[in-house]
Structures are given as structure tokens and as C-alpha cells.
Design a protein around this ligand. Structure first.
Ligand code: NAD
Length: 256
């Protein structure tokens, strides 16, 4: 379905971004990976799906590097058709204890980077009258949780950015939608499980059960494959008129 198209997924060396990149590659899209840590492993996983894969190490806190990454995608594969704004970090603390530097980093990586990538990608998509922009928000784009002020603010912000991006391009072939996962067992969440286990002196399994039990009625993690399938749907012809939605995949979290 996406043969000959190019997808750039930010923060795709790990977790949800890698899952979405693999789902898009399975549909034939060439992939530009981004993110820190191990690069060769994720590159090999994508290449094994029979598509071309490139990597750009832009730091999502740096607008000039984000612009350079979008230009790199176009230069490497001829166009940029699918942009997945996924890179994200978390910091957990009450507001009065929240380090200012962590607030700035969460807002830069989880929100502002999507604006910078989107503004760089849109002209090329509009010229071809086809494009898909998918913002990985969170249930925290729809509801709040204590001790996650920067994350919840950034995720509510990216849901708003999604709506405006969709509206500004509503008569074109460029759509923009957000995915709002509940708990997904990635390194980002494993750190929160570990912190809970340490704080309460309980096992990893007990901490996982507590984490899910607090918020997620299904008591199940959403998988990165399931999120990848939703991204593929947004890219499909059936997603043509799906514009500006914030679609939760959260085991019932925000239905409560
Ligand atoms: P993860 O930690 O597994 O992956 C995060 C990715 O972002 C990594 O590739 C990392 O290298 C990259 N990254 C971090 N800082 C960066 C920077 N400055 N520049 C470039 N890349 C950077 O986390 P994840 O759980 O897969 O999270 C991915 C997205 O999904 C985030 O936006 C997160 O908020 C969102 N999300 C996650 C969950 C969950 O339960 N895991 C739930 C809802 C939303």
C-alpha cells in the first residue's frame, strides 16, 4: 500500500516509534529512522522487511537539526510522504519540585519538535497533494494525571496542533491525526514500573499490576504492533477523510 512512499518516524530507535516504523515498512514504505541509542539493530529490523532504510540523528530539541532531517529524507528517497511525530520523554514530579530544565526538555521534545517537523514537511506534501502526518500523543492528551505536568501539557498541546494541522489542510490530500495510547510496555514505561517497585518495595510484576490497575480497565498493555496497525489505517485510502482525530487505544482508560 505504501510502496514508493517515504516515512520519517521520529524517536524510532525504540518502543512505539520502532513499532510504527516496522508497520509502515511492512506496507512497503522506505523508512527514515531517528532517535538515540542502538541504531544498527533497528535498521536491520527494517531492512529485513525488504525496504530501504536510512537514519538521521537529529536531536528533537534542536529546530535546525529537525529541518535538516526532513531535508535529508527528501534528498535520500525523493519525497517525504508520511511523517510520524513520535519522539517523547517523561518526567514525574509535583509541580513545585519539577526541574525547570526537565519542563523545557519535555515541551521541546514532546510538542515543539512536532511543530518544527510538520512545518518543514508540509510544503512537499502539499505540492504532491498527498501526505499523512501522525502525531503520537497519549491518553494524557485527553486527561491528566498528577505529577506529569509537562507531559500532560505537551500531550494536550499536540492534540491541539493535530486539529489545526488537519484544518489548515482539510481540502488537500494531506491529513493529520493523533494516536493516544494508554500504557505500552516500552523503556519509557519500564522506568516508571521500576520506580514504583523501588518506592513500594514490591516486585516488578506487582508494580506492573498496580500501574495497570490504577488507570487501565482492560489491565492489558497496548502493543506497539497494535499502534502500528492504527498508523497504517490512517495512511490507507479508508483514512482519506479522517482528519483531526485523537484516537485513543487505551483499554478503556478515558472511557471512565
Ligand atoms: P521510548 O523511550 O521507548 O522511545 C522514545 C524514543 O524517542 C527513542 O527512540 C529515543 O531515542 C527518542 N528520543 C528521546 N529524546 C530524543 C531527542 N531529544 N531527539 C531525538 N529522539 C529522542 O518511549 P515510547 O514509550 O516508545 O514513547 C514514544 C512516544 O509514545 C512518546 O511520545 C510517548 O510520550 C508516547 N506514549 C508512550 C506511552 C507508553 O505507555 N509507552 C503511552 C502513551 C504515549
Amino acid at each position: 500500500m505504501l510502496k514508493g512512499k517515504t516515512a520519517l518516524v521520529t524517536g524510532s530507535t525504540s518502543g512505539i516509534g520502532l513499532g510504527i516504523a516496522k508497520a509502515l515498512a511492512a506496507q512497503g514504505a522506505n523508512i527514515v529512522l531517528n532517535g538515540f541509542g542502538d541504531v544498527e539493530g533497528p535498521k536491520a529490523e527494517i531492512a529485513a522487511l525488504g525496504v530501504q532504510v536510512a537514519y538521521h540523528g537529529a536531536d528533537m530539541t534542536k529546530p535546525a537539526e529537525i529541518e535538516a532531517m526532513v531535508a535529508f529524507a527528501k534528498e535520500t528517497f525523493g519525497s517525504l510522504d508520511v511523517l510520524v511525530n513520535n519522539a517523547g520523554i517523561q518526567h514525574v514530579a509535583r509541580i513545585e519540585n519539577f526541574p525547570v530544565e526537565r519542563w523545557d526538555a519535555v515541551i521541546a521534545i514532546n510538542l515543539s519538535s512536532a511543530f518544527h517537523a510538520t512545518r518543514a514537511a508540509l510544503p512537499g506534501m502539499l505540492a504532491k497533494n498527498w501526505g499523512r502526518i501522525i502525531n503520537v500523543a497519549s491518553v494524557h492528551g485527553l486527561v491528566g494525571s498528577a505529577e506529569k505536568s509537562a507531559y500532560v501539557a505537551a500531550k494536550h498541546g499536540i492534540v491541539g496542533l493535530t486539529k489545526v494541522t488537519a484544518l489548515e489542510n482539510a481540502t488537500s490530500g494531506v491529513t493529520c491525526n493523533a494516536i493516544c495510547p494508554g500504557w505500552v510496555l516500552t523503556p519509557l514505561v519500564q522506568k516508571q514500573v521500576d520506580a514504583k517497585a523501588a518506592a513500594l518495595g514490591i516486585t516488578n510484576e506487582e508494580a506492573t499490576g498496580l500501574l495497570l490497575g490504577e488507570k487501565e480497565p482492560s489491565k492489558q498493555f497496548t502493543s506497539t504492533d497494535e499502534l502500528g496497525a492504527l498508523a497504517v489505517f490512517f495512511c490507507s485510502p479508508a483514512g482519506n477523510n479522517v482528519r483531526g482525530v485523537a484516537w485513543n487505544m487505551d483499554g478503556g482508560w478515558v472511557a471512565q
